[in-house]
Design a protein. Structure first.
Length: 308
């Protein structure tokens, strides 16, 4: 997740240095009523609109280029002209529209391998910046199709209603990831204070050579791991409960380090972000020197949608 903004203090929304948005609504004053009226305006207008959309579609790429798809957004989204994505140099972001939805795409050289670290960072940074402004259904690892027309025919058309419904459901929501990790010395001291076997093993090996006490050292490591696992389960649930009143959903992630105390993604209504920030401050105060708390976000809803 190296592409996400990582903060040791408050969430990015209040950091005073939020990144420039890559996507925005085409017309802020456009109301739900006007959109409904447009959708019912008759077959002639629909035909004209389809013709206009076809003209608006990005031109087909050269023979050695394909379309890299980042995610799905509402059709009325416009892209910042200097927004870029994967590639070396990075390629300009374009938009392909179909009905009520659109895809964020860029050209990609089919002869250049994808999946490099800089590609993953660019992919996530684009989606996360867009998610601060508009609803986004992220494709976690991207998708490559041959042409803009193929994006419409193979992705947007068959999944149009599903994507449109999902975009409505996630409007005004973002994701935050809270990652807590035990500080090394404090957690070891806590394990020794609580566990009789750990103390006994520690005392046995204290002044003896490593080779002479290998079984005891292995067993001590196992005991410490087991105690931390029990603590992790309890602290993860404590974290989820702590944020329950200010978040819409939670997804518990697998630990990525032996000293992880909790790793949880939260679905957050944008108007509840101040409550999340306040809860984070309280959590850091309560856990003090025992646990380091880091926050990633706001970001696209990687843990709460299944686009791909």
């Amino acid at each position: 997740m190296s592409g996400h903004t990582e903060m040791s203090g408050r969430a990015r929304a209040s950091s005073g240095a939020a990144p420039r948005a890559t996507a925005s609504r085409a017309t802020e004053s456009r109301t739900a009523e006007s959109r409904t009226a447009e959708s019912r305006s008759g077959a002639s207008q629909a035909t004209a609109s389809a013709t206009a959309r076809a003209a608006d579609r990005p031109a087909a790429s050269p023979h050695n280029m394909a379309c890299y798809v980042y995610g799905i957004v509402p059709e009325d989204v416009e892209i910042s002209p200097d927004a870029v994505g994967v590639g070396d140099p990075p390629n300009q972001i374009k938009i392909v529209r179909h009905g009520e939805i659109a895809a964020l795409i860029s050209d990609v050289d089919v002869n250049r391998p994808l999946g490099r670290a800089q590609d993953l960072v660019a992919h996530e940074e684009l989606l996360d910046a867009a998610a601060t402004e508009v609803p986004v259904l992220p494709l976690r690892f991207g998708a490559v199709l041959t042409t803009p027309d193929a994006v419409v025919e193979e992705l947007l058309t068959p999944h149009h209603d599903q994507f449109a419904s999902a975009l409505q459901q996630i409007e005004g929501r973002v994701q935050y990831v809270v990652k807590a990790r035990y500080a090394e010395r404090p957690i070891l001291m806590a394990v020794l204070a609580e566990n009789v076997e750990a103390r006994r093993l520690r005392d046995r090996i204290r002044d003896l050579p490593e080779d002479a006490t290998r079984p005891e050292r292995i067993r001590l490591g196992e005991v410490i791991t087991q105690v931390i696992e029990v603590k992790r389960e309890a602290d993860t649930q404590r974290l989820v409960d702590r944020f329950a009143s200010c978040t819409a959903a939670a997804n518990i992630r697998e630990p990525t380090h032996e000293r992880d105390a909790a790793h949880v993604a939260f679905l957050v209504e944008t108007d509840r972000v101040p409550d999340v920030e306040r809860t984070l401050d309280e959590l850091r105060h309560d856990w003090s020197d025992l646990v380091e708390v880091r926050v990633l976000g706001p970001m696209a809803l990687y843990d709460f949608v299944t686009t791909g």
